[in-house]
Write a protein that binds this ligand. Structure first.
Ligand code: CMP
Length: 140
């Protein structure tokens, strides 16, 4: 059993894809154990994506992530990190396999609908960035 952080980004919320995306998670044995709707400040987005602070896309990325509300979730399941990334598809929707979330819903690499942790260490950081232990609800 593993946990991963998932974010439905401002474009996904704005386009009303929350239900469709969560349906895909639940249909594929990824269960939400925590979720919150939040509108990140620029500083909060910069902290979340600090690992990318030297990348040329950092300003646009953090402007976008602080441009509107996101749905931030913790998903639990077998191999949850990889399972979530497989469901999302490639970072650039132009490269994403048909039937994946980004291929079906995203417009561009900058507006790519969803984020998912890419490894156990980043999942631990990202979950802790948004949630405290009391907010993680064990599923039975
Ligand atoms: P995400 O999975 O949220 O992680 C970082 C985000 O930066 C990524 O999705 C993209 O939306 C955005 N991004 C923009 N350009 C690039 C790039 N060249 N490589 C990786 N991520 C990029």
């Amino acid at each position: 059993m593993e946990r991963t952080l998932s974010i439905i980004k401002p474009d996904g919320v704005k386009k009303n894809f929350i239900g469709e995306i969560i349906k895909r998670f639940e249909s594929n044995n990824l269960r939400p154990v925590a979720m919150k709707m939040m509108h990140m400040s620029k500083r909060e987005a910069e902290g979340f994506y600090a690992v990318h602070s030297e990348r040329p896309f950092f300003k646009d990325l953090t402007d976008f992530m602080s441009s509107g509300p996101c749905l931030v979730m913790v998903l639990e399941g077998d191999n949850a990190i990889k399972a979530n990334r497989d469901l999302m598809g490639a970072t650039n929707p132009a490269d994403a396999a048909p039937g994946t979330i980004r291929a079906d819903f995203a417009d561009s690499i900058d507006n790519n609908i969803a984020h998912g942790s890419d490894a156990p260490d980043t999942a631990a950081f990202e979950i802790g960035y948004f949630f405290n232990g009391l907010e993680l609800c064990d599923r039975v």
